[in-house]
Design a binder for this molecule. Structure first.
Ligand SMILES: Nc1ncnc2c1ncn2[C@@H]1O[C@H](COP(=O)(O)OP(=O)(O)OP(=O)(O)O)[C@@H](O)[C@H]1O
Ligand SMILES: [Mg+2]
Length: 289
């Protein structure tokens, strides 16, 4: 018998909340996963992926429209009666189809920035525009819908619900937001196949390895076919070989046209991005293509 999913599960941290959408997702021809076969754990593991094809063509270079715009953003937290500034005057534009890496020391404000981009938090000052929609001009309900349909989140600690199966975890966000005309159970199965977990659908998180758990989390992030995938240190809890496999999935998703923003401490992982942005003390220090 399958576990009943409660509203408590639906409003778990990091899961999108609310509303039913109307757009149809692109299901046809979803990314062809070409899993790399590892013959031995002793063999040195190398990522074989090159840079995203998206910006290689001189025709497309520089012409892509911004999908994320961060304009003069500041973020402070209030601790007691003290205001603690965390982000100062952040300006950043992410183009459609771009693979962006955010790096910087611990405590520099990377996750705070990511949470703002993903509408998990609101800026103290400034504007955040996603797909042309200004968060300041949207109601909470509209923000929740935009977040639920257009933004997929992947976290370092996977954030799966322990008592639900892999399949139920992937399907979970659709209880709050979904696109019409989609059989979410079938799509969840397809996504689990896509990330190589067709034989683990009925397993619970406690019965999965770290790499498998992160694959489930990626499938969950894709359930509503979001335009943007945000990942906060998605390989931080994984060994380097498994981390590379996860990175390969992100690369293929990016080649499939999805915009990816990834926070990482690993320069090798950041090296696969189209652009690296360095955050230090709440300021964007530099940006390298
Ligand atoms: N809810 C909060 N209330 C108060 N201060 C916070 C809150 N969240 C984050 N901070 C502070 O904001 C600063 C930036 O935190 P953030 O989590 O964005 O850093 P980070 O760059 O992601 O670090 P790490 O690499 O360790 O994950 C830290 O000094 C942190 O203490
Ligand atoms: Mg962080």
């Amino acid at each position: 018998m399958e576990t009943k999913i409660s509203t408590e599960d639906v409003s778990a941290p990091g899961d999108p909340i609310l509303e039913t959408g109307t757009e149809s997702p692109r299901l046809e021809g979803e990314l062809p996963l070409r899993e790399k076969h590892i013959t031995s754990n002793e063999e040195p593991f190398e990522c074989e992926l090159g840079r995203s094809r998206y910006f290689q063509s001189s025709e497309t270079q520089g012409t892509a429209v911004p999908i994320i715009e961060i304009i003069d953003v500041k973020k402070s937290y209030t601790l007691g009666n003290m205001e603690v500034p965390v982000l100062h005057d952040i300006n950043l534009e992410v183009r459609e189809g771009e693979f962006l890496a955010i790096m910087g020391p611990s405590g520099s404000g990377k996750s705070t920035l990511m949470n703002l981009i993903g509408f998990l938090d609101r800026p103290t000052e400034g504007r955040i525009i996603i797909k042309g929609l200004d968060i300041n001009k949207l109601s909470d309900k509209e923000v929740a819908r935009l977040r639920g349909l257009e933004i997929g989140f992947v976290f370092q600690t996977f954030n799966l619900i322990p008592r639900l199966t892999a399949l139920e975890n992937v399907e979970l966000p659709t209880y709050a937001n979904s696109r019409s005309g989609v059989d979410s159970r079938e799509r969840a199965k397809e996504l689990l196949k896509l990330v190589g977990l067709e034989d683990r659908m009925r397993h619970k998180p406690g019965e999965l390895s770290g790499g498998q758990s992160q694959r489930v989390a990626i499938a969950r992030a894709l359930i509503n076919d979001p335009a943007i995938l945000l990942a906060d240190e998605p390989t931080g809890n994984l060994d380097s070989k498994t981390g590379c496999e996860i990175l390969n999935i992100f690369k293929r998703l990016n080649e499939d046209g999805r915009t990816i923003v990834i926070i990482t401490h690993d320069p090798e992982i950041a090296g696969y991005a189209d652009r690296i942005v360095m955050v230090k003390d709440g300021i964007i220090q530099n940006s390298t293509e």
